[in-house]
Design a protein around this ligand. Structure first.
Ligand code: SAM
Length: 239
């Protein structure tokens, strides 16, 4: 369970209302029951419910079970979608090991206002589900051009485009990654419901390290393409 407070032996924790609800109504824990806590900084700790009432539970932290792990470096850059699909996409990207999620606004992006709190809650839920000690960071939204300008030049952009030539993306990624060196940092870029336009395609392709890939002959929904592209990157380069 994610908590915002510092974790140390003997610390008393009063979870926030969302976490209280999860403890009382989903996990249905009672006094003395154990659970695992993380905060993204101090590793994973075993705690116990020290007091429980109808509406609240207090916890006491006992022992560190896992050291904090370093955050990864895989960026998932995506044009925001409408709410339910965006929730799904963000959760799946976190589950698939993206370390930073960056909303990128393109010309055909229909959704330009993002509820950061809601997305962060989805990310935390995904981190809890996966036993991830580092919840991925949600970066500020950027226009496509600004995002490209800010990217460090050595980053490899996996540009997912349904109009790309059909070829084996696993082999292409292996080849490019081998040429760039083992630990090449990667950003995966997925477009909006209406895809990228030709001006955007040439803008992305002007960058030095870009691999434009097709994920197969069918046009996938953006949220499906997210999972497929991240699975590909993890299969070839992942830990
Ligand atoms: N209209 C559908 C939707 O609402 O989700 C399809 C959207 S598709 C155009 C959105 C993005 O998914 C594209 O910009 C691209 O990044 C990625 N994508 C979808 N199918 C793909 C494919 N076969 N190969 C590579 N990328 C793909």
């Amino acid at each position: 369970l994610f908590v915002k407070v510092e974790l140390a032996e003997g610390a008393r924790v009063t979870p926030d209302s969302g976490a209280q609800n999860y403890i009382l109504n989903v996990l249905r824990l009672g006094e003395g029951d154990p659970l695992l806590l993380f905060n993204g900084r101090d590793g994973e700790w075993r705690a116990r419910v020290s007091m429980v009432s109808r509406r609240a539970a207090d916890l006491v932290v006992e022992r560190r079970m896992r050291e904090q792990t370093a955050a990864g470096d895989l960026e998932y850059a995506f044009a925001p979608l409408k709410q339910a699909r965006l929730d799904y996409m963000v959760q799946k990207a976190a589950e698939m090991g993206a370390a930073r999620l960056t909303p990128v606004i393109t010309r055909r992006t229909q959704v330009r206002k993002i509820n950061g709190d809601r997305l962060r809650a989805n990310i935390i839920e995904a981190a809890e589900q996966c036993g991830l000690l580092n919840a991925p960071e949600l970066a500020d939204a950027l226009g496509l051009e600004s995002w490209l300008e800010k990217l460090p030049p050595q980053r490899l952009v996996i540009f997912c485009d349904e109009d790309a030539e059909l070829s084996n993306p696993v082999e292409a990624l292996r080849r490019v990654a081998a040429a760039a060196g083992e630990a090449v940092p990667v950003s995966v870029l997925i477009g909006p419901e209406g895809g990228f336009d030709d001006v955007e395609r040439s803008l992305v392709l002007r960058r030095p390290h870009v691999l434009r890939i097709s994920l197969g002959p069918r046009i996938l929904r953006a949220d499906t393409a997210a999972v497929a592209a991240l699975a590909l990157v993890q299969a070839v380069l992942g830990d």
